[in-house]
Design a protein around this ligand. Structure first.
Ligand code: AMP
Length: 604
């Protein structure tokens, strides 16, 4: 008998999850489903993401909801839009064969009218981020009087993101006798406090040891000098030709810089951080999900809730400020029973932090050596051989050309042909890595041959530095709008001049990227740009200007976040409050670069 049936899940649901490939319950499902199916208890589950916890609470919920009724009976709160969409989609899949089951996802950054319409049409399960949920409650647009179950998913992350008060307010709108099920990867005292405040004698379950990361993750660190970090990072990436990774940085600007440098160096990378509009984030995530992106460079907050299977590596380009965040980061790999590697690039001063993380996760890190140039070349060579072995050949398309190809290669032996095909790619690595220095810290102490500075053919790092420094008399600035916002270079010039009230000749090079742009401005007009963009919105998103030089990372302290305190930008706080700061708002239709400023759509 199917083990889910044995647990008490009905046929219709089992059929749906069987189609999803669920053969047997994961450990958390095995433990939690029987408890939650009784519907009698509050519940606290300590479990990482990727353990199957959505089904652990989702299947018992579906079992207990009366789908003949059209009012909300279950509310699931979670920290991010991505997770919200993920959970609602998962539930819809599990409920595929249940008649009249309706799930609605409610999250910020999307049209609220559509969400309200869906609620009005009748819904039994609401999956929501706290800010938008509260907004809807405040509009009296939802009836929570029949809520029987509230699930707080990734409770620790919701509290980290400052949703405590919103959660309190939402819970106070739900009936006293509801059951509350809380899931969290860690159990800091704030989460414990929620459990004490809102639950009666909860059943507690832990999957794995408390605070312990997924057992399928290997934790590794590389000890390197800070100045070698980028070169070492690239070398590690090159050493894993099949890498499909998430790279964590501490700040938005760092994610952008690393992504920019990687793209320049010929890698397939992009950044994901809190300053991107929802549309931009969706685009980046779509590319990553579809594997059109190999490296996703992200901040902690932006990467929360990302549920992409098959992530092979998590790379901590910078260690997280909060040691606990390490667990969240590494949990992005080794999902759904797979294995994964979590790599940290550290300097000697950060060894203490590694030891603290080891204590928290109950695992030992393995110290790894940055691969030598020759080892990288060897790896790449065999990756090429593997590619040749597995490439799918389109006979129909290539056949007409075969006689000509064969003819032109006829003087070469089979071995020669093989050598030449392999060398096509291999030569780039040989060139790049010849004379590459040892980047391991012990080796670096004794004599540095600092010649590992060439792109696969070019001088990667110097290029990057060069591109970062502005022309004489100009300062290079960053603006969080780019080509995906449908700006041409001319649009951008107009947008800058119009807002900063500076002449076009004051603006130098404009370097448009996907989601952001670097531009040069004459030194004496820099302040005008900062002043001019102090309160400008574009499509509801705060336009942010920063100096692009590596040393200016003052967004750590929240320079751009008026109201302060939010290291990662304001996107989620806007989500919660539903408004932006005082100032100008643009959307595409209202862009007017002709000189006069149209101030339509200002929110105040
Ligand atoms: P979650 O922890 O809920 O985000 O689930 C992580 C991944 O595991 C998702 O892709 C699920 O579809 C998958 N999954 C959950 N439960 C099972 C199961 N019993 N068997 C196979 N895959 C599962």
């Amino acid at each position: 008998m199917n083990p889910f049936l044995e647990l008490g899940i009905r046929h219709e649901i089992v059929n749906a999850i069987t189609e999803l490939g669920f053969e047997k319950p994961s450990p958390i499902q095995e433990k939690a489903i029987p408890v939650l199916l009784t519907g009698n208890d509050d519940f606290v589950g300590l479990a990482q993401t990727g353990t199957g916890k959505t089904a652990a609470f989702g299947l018992p919920l579906l079992e207990q909801i009366d789908f003949s009724q059209k009012h909300p009976q279950a509310l699931i709160l979670c920290p991010t839009r991505e997770l919200c969409l993920q959970i609602s989609k998962d539930l819809e899949k599990y409920a595929k064969y249940l008649d009249d089951a309706r799930v609605v996802a409610v999250y910020g950054g999307a049209n609220i009218s559509d969400q309200l319409r869906q609620i009005r049409r009748g819904v039994q399960i609401v999956v929501a981020t706290p800010g938008r949920m509260l907004d809807i409650i405040n509009r009296n647009a939802i009836d929570f009087s029949s809520i029987s179950y509230v699930v707080l998913d990734e409770a620790d992350e919701m509290l980290n993101m400052g949703f405590q008060e919103d959660i309190n307010n939402i819970l106070s709108e739900t009936p006293e006798n509801k059951k509350t099920w809380l899931f969290s990867a860690t159990m800091p005292k704030e989460v414990r406090r929620i459990a004490q405040k809102y639950m009666v004698d909860p059943v507690e379950l832990t999957v794995g040891t408390k605070n312990t990361g997924n057992a399928n993750i290997e934790h590794q660190y590389y000890l390197i000098k800070a100045r070698d970090k980028y070169a070492a990072f690239k070398r590690i990436v090159d050493y894993y030709p099949e890498i499909f990774g998430i790279v964590f940085c501490r700040t938005k600007i760092e994610t952008q810089e690393i992504a920019e440098a990687l793209i320049k160096d010929g890698y397939n990378a992009d950044s994901l951080h809190g300053d991107l509009s929802q549309q931009q984030r969706d685009k980046v995530m779509k590319r990553y999900r579809e594997r059109n992106l190999q490296l996703l460079i992200a901040t902690d907050v932006a990467a929360r809730g990302i549920d992409v299977n098959d992530v092979t590596h998590v790379i901590n380009f910078s260690l997280p400020d909060e040691v606990e965040n390490y667990t969240h980061r590494s949990g992005r790999t080794a999902r759904a029973g797979k294995t994964g590697i979590s790599i940290s690039l550290i300097n000697v001063k950060e060894l203490g932090k590694i030891r603290r993380i080891e204590k928290i996760i109950g695992k030992t890190f393995e110290k790894k050596q940055v691969p030598q140039g020759g080892e990288v070349c060897e790896k790449q060579l065999f990756a090429i051989v593997d590619k040749i072995n597995h490439v799918s050949v389109n006979d129909d398309q290539i056949s007409p050309y075969m006689p000509a190809i064969v003819e032109s290669l006829q003087d070469l032996s089979k071995e020669d042909i093989i050598k030449r095909f392999a060398s096509l790619e291999f030569n780039r690595f040989l060139d790049y890595y010849q004379n590459a220095p040892d980047l391991n810290i012990d080796a670096r102490e004794s004599g540095r041959g600092d010649r590992e500075r060439g792109d696969r053919g070019r001088d990667r790092d110097r290029d990057r530095d060069r591109s970062r420094s502005a022309s004489t008399g100009y300062t290079r600035l960053f603006i969080n709008l780019g080509a995906v916002d449908e700006f041409s270079r001319g649009d951008m010039l107009g947008f800058i001049c119009n807002n900063a009230n500076i002449p076009g000749k004051s603006v130098g090079k404009i370097d448009m990227k996907g989601v952001f742009t670097f531009f040069e401005v004459q030194d004496h007009d820099v302040e005008n740009v900062f002043q001019g963009f102090k309160a400008v919105d574009f499509n509801g998103r705060q336009v942010r200007i920063e100096r692009s030089s590596g040393e200016d990372r003052s967004d750590r302290g929240g320079r751009s976040s008026r109201g302060g305190g939010d290291r990662y930008g304001k996107s989620h706080s806007r989500d919660r409050r539903g408004g932006s700061d005082r100032g100008r708002s643009y959307n595409k239709d209202f862009r007017d670069f002709s000189g006069k400023r149209r101030e339509s759509k200002s929110r105040y």
